[in-house]
Design a binder for this molecule. Structure first.
Ligand code: NAD
Length: 542
């Protein structure tokens, strides 16, 4: 209407509350946990702003206490996926045409709802549904998701401000169009923040979205929908379907208006999706954007000059927080022979203090793994390590599913640097240590680089700057997020843009403008003020 050149609120990272005994936030979370447990929820799909109940209900239980029934969700089928696509396409033009400041406001409001009235409720849902302790829940479903909402808005305003050069006779302009069609957001169980970011980042730019969360994250996914609704997201912009992945894929990857996928999850699923898209490429109106952040086999390379206490802290936090179910979790460590005796001693001392159990007992550092399939898979690797001559269980190894899916923090020591748990992603509280000859630092860097197909995160511990420089150079392609004297987990939006290459994904860096560029399809407009009236150029004169 009138000229505008709005400046968005400058994004800052949401402070992490500490939940110490006696604090206000501690009181609020205890109340929210009790509220959540006092009822069972009935979670519908959410298509075109409407709650859709199929009647085909699936139970949601707490991973750490299978007797605790949290609620049900309604499982849909291919017809619901089709409805969600139709709703997204119908909502597209109006949403894309909405002035960007209104789109931005919706997500800034969502951030504030999450920081305030929804904070305890969202933490409680993530704690109970995904078995996170309060600190792991707070840094994920509250702080990181708020950061995604706020920083994405700021990055959007910076992207939109970019314009090409012009000259006096022509004016060049860039129009930041959304993609043509709809975007598919396919999200994992392990981070509520990722589940929230993957559908909203494309939506912020005027895209409309079909979102399929993981079965084991639906309990907190519902709250994301509640928040977006309360923040004013119009009907049809984000449509949540609760169907098995292949059912969604079958409809979506055959649709001519499929414009892109925003995926986080395992590498195998992503590779199959990529193949399917490739096989169907002739069916689409545009080449779909394929953004996928996938698995990791994240390493710690320990130089002989390192401080053992720092190394052990990094191993315990990096490997066992949220039961190692982070794509960035430290799962292979290379320890030099000179430090191994001290590191063994400190590791045993520290691990003997680690408590495991229910999320409601705040003294527990470790809780349950997500489900039975994960429990069985981890138990299988641990049992195999007990049998293999080139591996041994240094600590832990007990698995107990009598009440919930508990896998004790487990340290495997191997004499074989390519042992299976040094190269495959286990996605649980298991770290494998390989002790290398302290005189073979450089050769060991090569091992680190070549042992797995992944390249997500990794760290170097060293007090020697030449060693840090050498590791940084030799491991240049071994990790998309590389840490010096720190554990390889805990990336913060706006500070350490996140993602890896090789088998770990397309490295489109969630938490930065780079990711957001994938959700726009710019149109370049050139306007000539006085158009030529003859085709002949001066060089053609006699
Ligand atoms: P997953 O691959 O089992 O599931 C991811 C999503 O894909 C879920 O919504 C699932 O229902 C769906 N899916 C599964 N099979 C499908 C199929 N055949 N077709 C279509 N969709 C399908 O992953 P998960 O267990 O939920 O999450 C853990 C994985 O995610 C780990 O490998 C982890 O490393 C990775 N992860 C990566 C990052 C990152 O940023 N790189 C972050 C978090 C998690």
């Amino acid at each position: 209407m009138y000229p505008t050149n709005y400046v968005v609120p400058i994004a800052v990272n949401e402070p992490v509350l500490d939940y110490a005994p006696g604090s206000k936030e501690r009181e609020a979370i205890v109340k929210a946990l009790n509220d959540a447990k006092s009822k069972t929820v009935d979670i519908p799909m959410f298509i075109n702003g409407k709650e859709i109940r199929s009647g085909n209900i699936v139970e949601i239980r707490a991973p750490h206490n299978r007797n605790l029934l949290l609620g049900y969700f309604h499982r849909g089928d291919a017809s619901h996926v089709q409805q969600a696509i139709d709703a997204a396409l119908a909502a597209k033009d109006k949403w894309a045409a909405m002035p960007w400041e209104h789109r931005a406001s919706i997500f800034l409001k969502a951030a504030n709802l999450l920081a305030g009235p929804y904070r305890a409720k969202m933490n409680a849902a993530t704690m109970l549904g995904q078995s996170k302790n309060i600190y792991q829940a707070e840094i994920d479903c509250v702080c990181e998701l708020i950061d995604f909402f706020r920083y994405n808005v700021q990055f959007m305003s910076e992207i939109y401000a970019q314009q090409p050069r012009s000259n006096p006779s022509t004016w060049n302009r860039t129009e930041w169009r959304p993609l043509e069609g709809f975007v598919f957001a396919l999200t994992p169980f392990n981070f509520t923040s990722i589940a929230g970011n993957l559908p909203t980042a494309p939506a912020l730019f005027g895209n409309t979205v079909v979102w399929k969360p993981s079965n084991t994250q639906v309990y907190s996914a519902q709250l994301i929908i509640d928040i977006l609704k309360e923040a004013g997201l119009p009907d049809g912009v984000i449509n949540m379907v609760l169907v098995p992945g292949p059912v969604a894929g079958e409809v979506i990857f055959n649709h001519p208006d499929f414009a892109g996928i925003h995926y986080t999850g395992s590498t195998e699923v992503f590779q199959n999706i990529w193949k399917t898209i490739g096989n169907n490429i002739h069916k689409y109106k545009s080449y779909p954007r394929i953004v996928g952040e996938t698995g990791g086999k994240d390493f710690a390379m320990i130089h002989p000059s390192s401080v053992p206490e720092q190394v052990v802290t990094a191993i315990v936090r990096g490997s066992f927080e949220f039961q190692g179910q982070k794509c960035s979790a430290l799962s292979r460590a290379y320890v030099p022979s000179n430090l191994w005796p001290k590191i063994q001693e400190l590791l045993l001392k520290e691990l003997s203090t680690v408590k495991m159990g229910d999320v409601e007992d705040f003294t527990n550092f470790v809780n349950a793994v997500i489900d039975e399939a994960s429990f069985k898979k981890l138990e299988g690797y641990i049992e195999q390590a007990r049998k293999d001559s080139d591996a041994s269980i240094f600590y832990g190894g007990n698995c107990d599913s009598s009440k919930g899916y508990f896998i004790e923090p487990t340290v495997i020591v191997t004499t074989n640097p390519t042992y299976v748990t040094m190269s495959e992603e286990l996605f649980g509280p298991v770290v494998t240590i390989y002790v290398y000859d302290e005189n073979k630092f450089e050769e060991t860097l090569e091992l680190v680089d070549k042992t797995s197909i992944y390249a997500l995160t990794g760290c170097i511990f060293s007090a020697d700057r030449y060693a840090i420089d050498l590791a940084t150079k030799k491991l240049v392609n071994a990790a998309g997020n590389f840490y010096i004297n720190d554990k390889p987990t805990g990336a913060v939006v706006g500070q350490q843009p996140f993602g890896g290459a090789r088998g770990s994904g397309t490295n489109d860096k969630a938490g930065s403008a780079l990711n957001l560029y994938r959700w726009v399809s710019p149109r370049s407009i050139k306007e000539t003020f006085v158009s030529p009236v003859t085709y002949q150029y001066p060089f053609m004169s006699e």
